[in-house]
Design a protein around this ligand. Structure first.
Ligand code: NCD
Length: 371
């Protein structure tokens, strides 16, 4: 095995911000060594059970976690359709987690409610992995993305990254921006239609970390400088008005002609699934790497599961005391935040922070600023 000096045993993966650069490197080095075992069972987690509880659709995240666990010799339980679980009968997320933690050694959760993975991690005595919560975090995707960049260029520091598309709603995009904050000399071009710009809590984070970024609508002014062109899907399920989706459809496309302006060795990434933002013809260019990126998800997830779950003990002491959600203190204004789900036993928690010189409140769970 590689780096033994840093132990990640028992760690949750709620946000990429839970890890520092050295810890990320530990995961990547472990992923390098796992790469050799993606077709062979290592049996390192043969007595462990992973539960995947997915309240939103998924192909890559769930299947690559399940593959990773199987490759490590462990077993998998769970559901990908909440309609078949007791959630359909009205069970709270808190109760679901308290049951599932007693059946498994690690929980991978995907939910449309923001902050749900943090809440689950507060409750569970086993490691919790955030498989995506609303538009906020998608840390295992970010580990995969950073690992892919590191594998292609031998480093992440100093990269010029063009992030393109629905930067407002795509959790892979905000999560990647958070992850890049760990690295030095990063330049980010945030290219999107005006209404799909990166949210202020993310750009404030970039400012605090000293990451250089520009926001623009036209990729052609930035593409020639990019090492990585990361394209995202229009997250139509996150819009309340279908007319807005219609108006934005096709508003950004990485065509083969646009790609001709890019450096020869630039790589094109996409979290997938892609819609019309990357036409099929781009798949056959020297730059396309999105299927390799998806494949890297297996060794990366194997690495995290191995590092976190192997020898990890059930730790009920980690549990936060649940409290009824009746607090009349100031609340988060995001109706899609876990702290605003009336039946979940959670007290809202807001921190005062500075944004562009003004004092604002930021929710501890969903990370959004409160109006
Ligand atoms: C995405 C997700 O669900 O966040 N897919 C993924 O996990 N690779 C992206 C998407 O749905 O657009």
């Amino acid at each position: 095995m590689t780096d033994r000096t840093l132990s990640l045993t028992g760690r949750d993966l709620v946000s990429v911000l839970d890890f520092d650069k050295r810890e990320l490197e530990t995961i990547f080095r472990m992923a390098d060594s796992m790469q050799r075992f993606t077709r062979k069972c290592r049996n390192q987690l043969k007595d462990d059970v992973m539960s995947t509880i997915f309240f939103e659709p998924s192909t890559r995240t769930r299947l690559s976690f399940e593959t990773a666990m199987h490759r490590l010799g462990g077993s998998v339980i769970g559901f990908a359709e909440p309609g078949i679980s007791s959630v359909a009968k009205g069970e709270t997320l808190a109760d679901t987690i308290r049951m599932v933690e007693s059946y498994s050694d690690v929980i991978v959760l995907r939910h449309k409610i923001e902050g749900s993975a943090k809440f689950a991690a507060d409750i569970a005595g086993v490691p919790v992995v955030n498989g995506g919560d609303g538009s906020q975090h998608h840390p295992s995707q970010t580990l995969t993305d950073l690992y892919t960049i590191r594998k292609e260029f031998g480093k992440i520091d100093g990269s010029n990254i063009l992030l393109m598309g629905d930067l407002n709603h795509t959790r892979s995009a905000s999560s990647l921006a958070y992850g890049l904050g760990h690295y030095r000399g990063i330049t980010l071009s945030l290219v999107s239609p005006e209404s799909l710009r990166m949210r202020p809590e993310v750009t404030d984070y970039l400012d605090r970390k000293g990451v250089k970024y520009e926001e623009a609508e036209d990729p052609s002014n930035f593409i020639d400088n990019a090492d990585v062109i990361y394209v995202t899907r229009l997250q139509k399920e996150r819009f309340s008005d279908p007319k807005q989706v219609e108006a934005l459809k096709g508003s950004y496309v990485l065509t083969k002609d646009l790609l001709k302006l890019a450096r020869k060795n630039a790589i094109v990434l996409h979290h997938l699934p892609r819609l019309e933002e990357i036409p099929l013809e781009v798949d056959y260019t020297r730059n396309a790497r999105y299927f390799e990126q998806a494949a890297n998800g297996v060794p990366v997830r194997m690495a995290f599961l191995y590092l976190s779950v192997h020898r990890s003990k059930y730790r009920p002491a980690k549990k936060r005391q649940l409290t009824s959600n009746t607090s009349d203190t100031r609340r988060c204004s995001n109706s899609n935040c876990i702290s605003n789900q009336p039946r979940e036993p959670i007290a809202p928690s807001l921190n005062e922070v500075t944004s562009k010189g003004k004092q604002v409140f930021q929710c501890e769970y969903c990370g959004r600023y409160t109006k």
